[in-house]
Each structure stands twice: as structure tokens, then as C-alpha cells.
Design a protein around this ligand. Structure first.
Ligand code: GUN
Length: 299
């Protein structure tokens, strides 16, 4: 759509950030890496654990398994019944930690209510933490060390990189403070020299924050929450939400039609952040495999 760029005083179209294409390109490059590993006799392997019968998780897990097969990563699913105990889950994770055939472990969230997900994540060994959720990975991210970065924030950062969106000195407003997206995003954006504000359900006058933001990243999980009048002209809007609206249609957190008219860059849903999350998971599995090989060769 066409909008007036207040800085240049000229008409400017918003650039739609094409996560689908970038994810495809990323997967193709990872396939080359994976093929190289196979020539050395190493096939990366991801273990995915799912507990119970969450329909959304089933869709995510199916997409992850397809991406693995695209890249050439072996994929093994562990489907545990709803009534699985914490001890059973931890025991499985411990076995997978020791299993030399497995390079990455992903515990699909959410878990049934009776299970403690943080305790379960803590049981995953750092070397196989392809989701970047263990305290070691999170801690390393905070102090700026190389680590496994949570896949959605990592995917968002790759989008900024691809579209040459420089975060230095920019006011970034993140909506949502989850451990999976909001919190790691703070660190990622800080590392790129942004000034970061995090808004959440208890934030007062949320619009005052979003209206002055150069970049808004929404990860709250509410259809059409972010409206055009909450956004500054020419801002960048990244939509992490994956929701269903009242008609069952897949939507993000952003009122795309309205917001697109006034921004410089925007991600669509579907075809935006979602495919990048999965591509970065593939990236982390290859990274884990290579690092485990390096460690083996040093023994
Ligand atoms: N549930 C929703 N998103 C994710 C994700 O990126 N990783 C895991 N493990 N569970 C999720």
C-alpha cells in the first residue's frame, strides 16, 4: 500500500518482509551444510518430545518434521501420553542427553498443567539445546556469548539482517514478555544497540510506548491487537503472533490491512516470522551437530 513518508515527504510503499522466501533460502543453505556432514558420515538427528494432545502443537511439530526432511536432518518423535509424570519426562530427557545418535532435543510447549516445564527444560543438556531454552543458553545470550538462540527471536533478527534494518539507536518496543520470545528478544535487540522497552499485560498507557517506537515487535497472541493508530508513520512492525480470529482464520497480532498503509516494513501472517522460526531450529540442529563433532575430535 501507499503511504506518505513524513521524513522524506514522498509516497512510499511498505516493504512486506517475506519470511517464507528467506526461510526457504536459509533451509537450502543448511541443506548444503547437512550434505557436507553426511559426506563425513554424520547425519544430524533431532528428537522432538510432545506430551499430551495439543492440536496447535501437533501442527507445529508436523511443520518441524517436514523442515527436517527438507534439510536432510533425521527426525525422531517421542509422543508421550497426557498422564506422563515429571519423573518419566525427565528420565526420557536424560536418556536423550546420553544418546550419541541424537544431536538436538526439543521439548514442545505447552506441557499438561501437572508438569513443570522449566524443570524439564533444565534437564536438557546445553549441547543439545536447539530451542535455546535452558538456563545455560539464556545466560550465555545475556552476557553476549555464542549460544543457541531461541528460534523465534533468532528468526526475527535474521529478518532485520536480510532487509538491512539497522537497530542502532532505534527505539524498539516489544509487546509480550514470554521466556520463548519477549525475553530473549530484549537481549538480541540490545546486542544490536537498540533502546528496548518491553510492554505486557500490566503496562500502563501501552499506546504511548508503541506510538513513539521505531520498531514494534508484537508477541502477545491476540488477533488484531496492534492497530494503525498505535503505530508511528514509517515504523517497522514485526508480527510474531499466530492466532485464529473469530472466523477461524489464521491471523497475527497486527491489523495488517490498516497498519501496512503507514509503515516502512511489515511481516505478514502467515508467511512472516513463522517459517523463520522453523528455519532457525534447523540452523540450531546443524550448529549442535557440528559442535558435538568438534568436542568429540578434541577428546
Ligand atoms: N511452542 C510454541 N513455540 C515453540 C517453540 O518454538 N519451541 C517449543 N519447544 N515449543 C513451542
Amino acid at each position: 500500500m501507499v503511504s506518505e513518508n513524513p521524513i522524506k515527504g514522498e509516497l512510499k510503499m511498505a516493504t512486506i518482509i517475506d519470511g517464507k522466501s528467506l526461510a526457504k533460502k536459509t533451509r537450502e543453505n543448511l541443506k548444503i551444510e547437512c550434505d557436507k556432514l553426511k559426506l563425513e558420515g554424520i547425519t544430524p538427528k533431532l528428537a522432538v518430545i510432545m506430551v499430551g494432545d495439543n492440536p496447535a502443537s501437533k501442527v507445529y511439530v508436523r511443520n518441524k518434521s517436514r523442515a527436517c526432511s527438507d534439510v536432510g536432518i533425521e527426525y525422531k518423535e517421542y509422543l508421550l501420553p497426557e498422564e506422563t509424570t515429571q519423573e518419566e519426562l525427565i528420565n526420557l530427557i536424560k536418556n536423550l542427553n546420553q544418546d550419541k545418535e541424537i544431536n538436538g532435543i526439543l521439548l514442545q510447549s505447552p506441557l499438561p498443567r501437572h508438569l513443570d516445564i522449566n524443570e524439564a527444560f533444565k534437564a536438557i543438556t546445553y549441547m543439545k539445546d536447539v530451542d535455546g531454552f535452558t538456563p545455560s543458553s539464556v545466560g550465555k545470550l545475556c552476557i553476549g556469548e555464542d549460544t543457541f538462540i531461541s528460534c523465534t527471536p533468532y528468526g526475527v533478527m535474521k529478518m532485520f539482517e536480510e532487509y538491512n534494518i539497522d537497530l542502532t539507536g532505534k527505539d524498539v518496543v516489544i509487546l509480550g514478555r514470554s521466556n520463548i520470545v519477549g525475553k530473549p528478544l530484549i537481549q538480541c535487540c540490545l546486542q544490536k544497540n537498540a533502546t528496548v522497552t518491553v510492554c505486557h499485560s500490566k503496562t500502563k498507557n501501552l499506546e504511548e510506548h508503541t506510538k513513539r517506537a521505531d520498531i514494534v515487535i508484537s508477541a502477545i497472541g491476540q488477533s488484531n491487537f496492534v492497530k494503525a493508530d498505535m503505530i508511528k508513520d514509517g515504523a517497522v512492525v514485526i508480527d510474531v503472533g499466530i492466532n485464529r480470529d473469530e472466523n477461524g482464520k489464521l491471523t497475527g497480532d497486527v491489523d495488517f490491512e490498516g497498519v501496512e498503509k503507514k509503515v516502512s516494513y511489515i511481516t505478514p501472517v502467515p508467511g512472516g516470522v513463522g517459517p523463520m522460526t522453523i528455519a532457525m531450529l534447523m540452523n540450531n540442529v546443524i550448529k549442535a551437530t557440528k559442535e558435538q563433532q568438534k568436542e568429540k575430535s578434541m577428546l
